[in-house]
Design a protein around this ligand. Structure first.
Ligand SMILES: [Zn+2]
Ligand SMILES: [Zn+2]
Length: 304
């Protein structure tokens, strides 16, 4: 183990194995005592919201205030019919509208659905789970994921569909202690009874190679970076199936696109994607337009 990795390891009390253990009495007692202690602690020493830093008034296992949670709304703008990227100009033609990237090369997945834009509070909530390891955030994120999945329900038959979280490489899994996408998918299916007909099968896809950060790479470089990074472990369980690939954030779609490519190569009937958040193109600065309009008005006034 390289130096410095030890402290990044998961807290021993919170290993997934232990969470799945049977309800042993002593463990239960300890955990309920700990819970009571932390509840009392938050009554007498209320903590602050981890997003806005204002004191929390209610006792919650998630250290985020209701006001911050309320800001994490669904994305409302117009989006590409395949990848979900924000679009500014739509033609008047009826039917599906695609972004430039999808027009240039259609992804291996049929459609990607995201709950919200990866910014402000939603980004911080995902970071709380991923980097601060506040696992209670997975429940809220799971609810958001379920909404994104619900949007895809008319796209394919979810009965017998297989849900596969984007896998982490084993080195990252060990240092983080959990796969955030798996926790979110688990919470999402658990919290939405109508989605429980889908089967969560994280082990069907494996990340066989660690990949470099995709930041600053061209599309070709990104594709080369993830090419061969994933492998299907049991092709028989993928063949002929509708697959839903789940991730916390969709950045450019290259990673989920590569997952979809190997799943289809293994015989999947179709692959769809659901994520909690999606990196959206920044909003156009609307400041220029009113200025031009004002100038035009002033000019016409002078002319008159
Ligand atoms: Zn807050
Ligand atoms: Zn697109």
């Amino acid at each position: 183990m390289p130096p410095g990795k030890a402290q990044a390891g998961p807290h021993p009390e919170r290993s997934p194995q232990q969470r799945q253990q049977g309800p042993e009495r002593s463990a239960l007692l300890v955990s309920s005592l700990r819970y009571t202690a932390s509840s009392l602690f938050s009554v007498f020493f209320p903590s602050d919201c981890r997003i806005c830093s204002l004191p929390l008034t209610n006792i919650s296992r998630l250290p985020v205030c209701p006001e911050c949670l309320d800001t994490m709304a669904r994305f409302q703008g117009r989006t590409c019919a395949i990848c979900g990227e924000r679009m500014f100009s739509f033609s008047d033609e009826a039917g599906e509208q695609l972004c430039g990237e999808c027009l240039a090369e259609q992804p291996a997945f049929r459609k990607a659905s995201a709950y919200g834009s990866y910014d402000a509070g939603l980004r911080e909530l995902i970071h709380l789970l991923k980097y601060d390891r506040i696992r209670t955030a997975a429940r809220v994120l799971g609810r958001m994921l379920a909404e994104a999945v619900t949007d895809l329900r008319q796209e394919f038959d979810i009965h017998d569909a297989v849900v596969i979280p984007v896998p982490l490489h084993s080195s990252k899994l060990h240092s983080r202690g959990f796969n955030q996408s798996e926790l979110i998918a688990e919470a999402g299916l658990k919290g939405a009874p109508e989605l429980r007909v889908m089967k969560l099968r994280p082990q069907l896809l494996k990340r066989v190679r660690a990949t470099e950060s995709q930041v600053g790479l061209t599309r070709e470089q990104r594709q080369a970076n993830v090419r061969g990074a994933f492998a299907v472990t049991v092709p028989d369980e993928v063949r002929g199936k509708n697959i839903l690939v789940v991730d916390d954030v969709l950045t450019t779609g290259t990673t989920v696109g590569e997952c979809a490519r190997v799943l289809r190569k293994a015989g999947a009937a179709g692959v769809w994607v659901a994520t909690v958040a999606r990196v959206m193109k920044p909003e156009m600065t609307a400041a220029l337009e009113p200025l031009e309009a004002e100038e035009a008005l002033a000019m016409s006034a002078h002319a008159g």
